[in-house]
Design a protein around this ligand. Structure first.
Ligand code: ZN
Length: 484
């Protein structure tokens, strides 16, 4: 049978083709004219706004303030922190001309803003009374991307970057962990993902950081995706940019700084955590439309059901439920149902003349985990708001549970090389690793798996490296996976 133009390649058949079908057909994005660029369409942008509003609330509730810094950065600023410039050099866009004039000093388009914000922090901080300085900016950044993938790797993306300065290493470390907590809570509570917070091994650290922390999410093909990072810089950036303060005793001291970021990549993580063969599955907290109403009927009946559907939509919206009324006259109810199913709407309601006469609407859930044949349920119109609010809460909880179950089923504790290769072929391996970079390199060459993180809640354990058999490092098992 020929596939409907709107349907997607089944996930189980070809995960990569499935992902591409979903992002374009659900109208989340389109390709920009420049290779690697992404147009975020209204349905996709609404998901970003919901993520953004949630995270912004967490950031502000803990005393951080939003600010905005310039897109163009003098090239010399980028060069002050040696590891930082080396880390970003292959991805930098550089502006050398303005109008007809060659610029005396080339300008870099921000790949991240440590350099420009470090420069301003040095200007704004003079005394211990100015600390901590807790800043965040919502912005776009550009990093040249050779192998683009919508949401996951694009040359321009949207994100927030927190940048903070503190008097002591302990304060900056506490801040680094606080920010990691924002991401973990956002991912678990709002995105219904089953992320694992942990620390990066030295080879996976951010350029210029002393310690990098991450939340790693498992996608439904068993790969890992880094969904948010938080970095402790010690005094590296403070020394490079002259961020100093006068302490209580009158001596000049270097600040300790942190930075942390979450980007539109999170939408890619959301798609690959929850989606299925039929397309997108959105957790209610991040669904642009939590409920879609489809009125059914011809002729005079159509007017009656449409007016009842309009009233129902208004009632649900008043109750705080994001509701869309699909009153397109030129497409069939069946098409509408398939369309919204593919676009991940948690609950669809049918309202036809017979339902209306019975004082009910027919509810279909996008996903019935553990109860796949639950089918359509008639709900009384008078109780619709309460019933749907409860259904949405149940759906959110069910998705979070399903993601955690999937992660646990695909995570294996391994003690030998054959176990390791089997585990990373379709999930995550928890393995002991030595501190020798050659082992990480060999593992990557043989399996394409990389160390994702050392889980914060991992049990202390010593033993032998899964690769070379020498004594293990890090005091805990490390998660290895193939990653996006
Ligand atoms: Zn080793």
């Amino acid at each position: 049978m020929a596939r409907d133009e709107r349907s997607v390649t089944p996930q189980s058949e070809d995960f990569s083709a499935w992902y591409n079908d979903v992002v374009f057909r659900a109208e989340l994005v389109d390709r920009g004219p420049v290779r690697g660029s992404m147009v975020i369409r209204p349905y996709g942008y609404r998901i970003w706004e919901l993520l953004q509003a949630d995270l912004d609330g967490r950031i502000k509730a803990t005393g951080h303030q939003n600010a905005y810094f310039p897109l163009l950065i003098p090239q010399s600023y980028m060069q002050r922190e040696a590891e930082h410039v080396d880390g970003f050099a292959p991805e930098l866009f550089t502006v050398t001309r303005a109008g007809e004039k060659e610029l005396d000093e080339p300008l870099v388009i921000r790949p991240t803003s440590e350099a420009i914000i470090g420069e301003m922090m040095a200007k704004w901080i003079s005394s211990y009374r100015d600390l901590p300085l807790l800043l965040n900016q919502w912005a776009n950044v550009l990093r040249w991307e050779l192998r683009p993938r919508m949401f996951l790797r694009t040359s321009e993306f949207l994100w927030q970057e927190g940048h903070t300065a503190h008097a002591t290493a302990a304060d900056a470390t506490a801040e680094t962990m606080l920010a990691l907590g924002f991401y973990q809570d956002l991912a678990v509570q709002t995105a219904a993902m089953a992320t694992v917070p942990g620390e990066k091994t030295p080879s996976e650290r951010f350029a210029g950081a002393e310690r990098t922390f991450t939340i790693e999410a498992m996608m439904r093909d068993g790969r890992a995706l880094q969904a948010g990072t938080s970095h402790f810089f010690g005094t590296n950036f403070a020394a490079a940019f002259g961020i100093t303060y006068t302490g209580e005793s009158g001596t000049a001291e270097l600040c300790h700084t942190s930075s942390w970021g979450m980007s539109t990549r999170m939408i890619g993580a959301l798609i690959m955590t929850h989606g299925d063969d039929k397309g997108l599955v959105l957790p209610p907290e991040l669904a642009p439309y939590q409920v879609v109403i489809v009125p059914i009927g011809r002729g005079e009946q159509a007017e009656t059901t449409l007016s009842a559907a309009t009233e129902l939509a208004a009632t649900l919206r008043r109750a705080g439920i994001r509701t869309h009324l699909d009153d397109r006259p030129h497409v069939s109810p069946g098409f509408k149902f398939n369309d919204w199913e593919m676009r991940g709407v948690p609950i669809r309601l049918e309202l036809g003349p017979r339902d209306l006469a019975a004082g009910t609407a027919l509810m279909s859930r996008r996903l019935n985990y553990q109860q796949p044949d639950a089918g359509k349920v008639a709900i009384p119109l008078g109780e619709a708001a309460e019933r749907l609010a409860a259904e949405l809460a149940a759906c959110q909880a069910m998705l979070a549970r399903r993601a955690a179950d999937f992660r646990d089923e695909h995570t294996v504790t391994v003690n030998s090389w054959p176990e390791f290769t089997a585990a990373v072929a379709n999930g995550w391996a928890l393995a002991l690793l030595c501190a020798d970079q050659a082992c990480e390199d060999m593992i990557k060459a043989e399996t394409t798996a990389t160390p994702r993180c050392i889980p914060l809640d991992g049990e202390p354990e010593q033993g032998t490296c899964v690769c070379c058999g020498k004594a293990s490092a890090y005091g805990k098992r490390v998660i290895f996976a193939r990653a996006y």
